[in-house]
Each structure stands twice: as C-alpha cells, then as structure tokens.
Design a protein around this ligand. Structure first.
Ligand SMILES: [Zn+2]
Length: 146
C-alpha cells in the first residue's frame, strides 16, 4: 500500500473529531470556570459544555492542540507519517495535507514531537482506526498496522 493510500483513511474530519473526542474523554475534562468534570457534548459545535455552569470547552482546549485552528485530521495524518518517518519534514507534511502555509504546520508537528510519547501516538492511531472500523468507513485490521 502506498503512503498516499494509507493516508486516505485519515482524511475524514468527522472520524478525526470522534477519535480526538474519545482521547479527551479518556484524559478527563475539567471546566476552566468552575472545576466540574461532567460535560455534555455539543455535536453541532464540536465543544463540551459543563453540566454545572454551562461553560464551553473546545475540543482542543487543554490539550496539546490548544489554540490550533488546523483540522483534526491533520493530527492523525501527522501521527501516521511520524510512525515511519521520525524526521518527517514540513514540506512532506504540507504535501500530504495540501495546506497552503507551512508555518502553522511547523508548530503543529513540534507540539506532537514535544508532547506525545510513541506509545500515546500509537494508542491514538488505534483509537482512530477502531472508530473508522466501527463507522464502516473501511475494513481495517488494526493489528496489521502496528
Ligand atoms: Zn463549569
């Protein structure tokens, strides 16, 4: 399978949001305003809402992607590419995302390299592939990929 083919599965923002949401829920969400930890998921806004004070938390807030405006599927694409290319270049990443500017990509990759261990990256990719598989997007054998 070519790199391009392998990456196709990650080019799905809805699946990426679901997978990133699962990752967030596993880590736990704490309301910045009142400290409560129970939240609703506002599907149309891709935000969590505190059950106590209704304060909203974005999907990226409180994670390594805090403040990032880039699509979430870039995140999983980067994780996949970094699995085989630890020296992944910005131009290579830019080629696969077709993003117009390199600067935000540079910061994006830096955050992943700084904040995520290899085991966390693999766990995230497995989460994505499981969700994709459940969504019937494509039959994926998770074990073939690792
Ligand atoms: Zn709150």
């Amino acid at each position: 399978m070519s790199v391009q083919d392998a990456l196709k599965i990650y080019r799905n923002e809805n699946l990426a949001i679901e997978a990133f949401k699962k990752y967030r829920l596993q880590k736990g969400i704490t309301c910045k305003k009142c400290g409560h930890t129970d939240h609703y998921w506002l599907a149309s806004k891709h935000q969590f809402q505190c059950k106590m004070c209704r304060f909203r938390t974005t999907l990226q807030s409180g994670t390594l992607l805090e403040g990032s405006k880039l699509p979430i599927w870039y995140f999983f694409t980067a994780l996949h590419l970094l699995k085989d290319q630890t020296n992944l270049s910005i131009s290579e990443f830019q080629r696969h995302t077709e993003h117009k500017y390199s600067e935000p990509l540079y910061d994006f990759l830096r955050r992943i390299r700084v904040h995520l261990s290899l085991s966390e990256r693999n766990a995230l990719l497995i989460t994505f592939l499981e969700i994709a598989s459940m969504a019937g997007h494509k039959r994926v054998d998770v074990h073939d990929n690792f």
